[in-house]
Design a protein around this ligand. Sequence first.
Ligand code: CTP
Ligand code: CA
Length: 237
Amino acid sequence: PEVSAPTRELAGRTVVISAGGTREPIDPVRFLGNRSSGKQGYALATVAARRGATVTLLAANTSLPAPAGVTVVPVSTALELQAAVEVAAKEADVVVMAAAVADFRPAHYADAKIKKTFGEPGSPEADAAPTIELVRNPDILAGLVESRGVGASPVIVGFAAETGDEQGDVLAHGRDKLARKGCDLLVVNEVGVDKTFGQDDNTVHILRLGSSHVVDAGPASKELVAAAVWDAVQEIL
Ligand code: CTP
Ligand code: CA
């Protein structure tokens, strides 16, 4: 669709958006990563800038052009993203955690490339496979909610990538997650190998803490979905 003209709904507001997916290094050539392209986060930044906001985009391993008028800060790991978010959130009216953050990282980083054959050729260990031990990453979103206190700034928006399973459908998982995280809005995204990740279109359900009302957006371009998210944020602001 035609890109909408600049407006001023977010003039005077400072917003921080994380986008992309973190990478957790295993050795100098390998990492644990995920399928997030960063397109939805970039669309959020584009629309916020067009509405007059001062926008910082914390970009985790993306390869997209910087949106016009947006300050892009590159990060890679969850710990780097957490440090960058904590600094940027101090000045922010809104923080949107659109990035896919790795829940775990390797407990140990190997300084040298892990080789396929470890042990003497022909020995029982030679053909064994290594085990990568993981530790939990901090929950950045939950940390933001906790350090903000009750009812204060910034407005905090989470994203949830859900597939639905035998415990419940996508919306049921979304409601549980919103209650658990305590953020103001949760944008629930249906994911699958050919759904959402890297695609230009998206379908989301926007849930608001303490309300049973759901805003459905899409299937539509990630920019139209972004516009629906900012509309919901503006209601809270
Ligand atoms: N998130 C975060 N820090 C993490 C993991 C997730 O800030 N270590 C944020 C994401 O950026 C997103 C929200 O939390 O805004 C929900 O992420 P998601 O992976 O859906 O939720 P989890 O609580 O990690 O639950 P699970 O992966 O078990 O579904
Ligand atoms: Ca997760």
